[in-house]
Design a binder for this molecule. Structure first.
Ligand code: ADE
Length: 239
């Protein structure tokens, strides 16, 4: 998969440690050729002599607005770098909330173009013209779309075939569909050595070697946790 990112902070996407893409699963996926991430500086496309990518908002008010021309020219340039047309995505707090089904959908696409806005936002006319999918990573405001873009890249990467080691499985994660019920619920608690830590014991069933009993315990824990912490995932939060 190829992911292009348009940003005024391309250094945030450097695939060298300690950057997000230079460690752990994204690092392995990039090295294995499962994913390439190419960040392009929107500032390189400005036509004004001060290399400005933003201006004051019409109508007044605080903050700055990213101008149409550099964003549009950057998109045109980057899209022509590869014959596969990308799915355009704008990271914005005004977008639809990102969820695991959306991550699964995007992970199956061959090419994405992520647009990370900064300042108060991007001039609405270029958004209208580019018609991107608009996604938010949560109901809070970040300084820019870059961390949201990295969040999306990370979530997608772990779903790319071969990205996780043999011992890992995205299928067991929170929000992945339960093979029996198809429900997307939370994961169960996990334990490792020592058997007793600070007087706290590991649940007995996990030491029993009885795989049926362990599976049943885990399924019960997933359901109990979800009911307690995220009843909305079970449709139990109405009224
Ligand atoms: N840019 C600023 N805040 C954001 C958010 N919550 N999601 C996506 N992009 C953003």
């Amino acid at each position: 998969m190829r992911i292009d990112v348009l940003t005024t902070f391309p250094e945030m996407f450097e695939p060298a440690p300690p950057g997000v893409l230079g460690v752990s699963i994204p690092k392995r996926a990039i090295e294995a050729g499962l994913l390439s991430v190419c960040a392009t500086d929107i500032r390189a496309f400005t036509q004004n002599k001060h290399a400005k990518t933003d201006d004051r908002p019409f109508g007044g008010g605080p903050g700055m607005v990213m101008t149409c021309q550099p964003v549009f020219d950057a998109v045109t340039h980057v899209e022509a770098l590869d014959p596969t047309p990308p799915t355009r995505i704008l990271l914005t707090p005004q977008g639809r909330l990102l969820d695991q089904p959306t991550v699964e959908d995007l992970a199956a696409r061959p090419r994405l173009l992520l647009i990370a806005g900064h300042y108060e936002g991007i001039d609405e006319r270029v958004i209208e013209r580019l018609d991107p999918m608009e996604l938010s990573v949560g109901d809070y405001v970040l300084s820019g779309g870059e961390l949201a873009a990295l969040t999306l890249i990370d979530a997608i990467t772990r779903l790319l075939p071969g990205a996780l080691g043999h011992d890992d499985s995205a299928g067991q994660d929170s929000f992945s569909p339960d093979p029996q019920t198809g429900r997307r619920i939370l994961d169960c608690p996990h334990y490792t050595r020592p058997r007793v830590w600070e007087g706290m014991e590991v649940p007995e069933v996990l030491l029993s070697g009885d795989h049926g009993a362990i599976e049943q315990w885990r399924a019960e824990q997933r359901l109990a946790r979800t009911r307690e912490r995220r009843p909305d995932l079970l449709g139990l939060d109405e009224g």
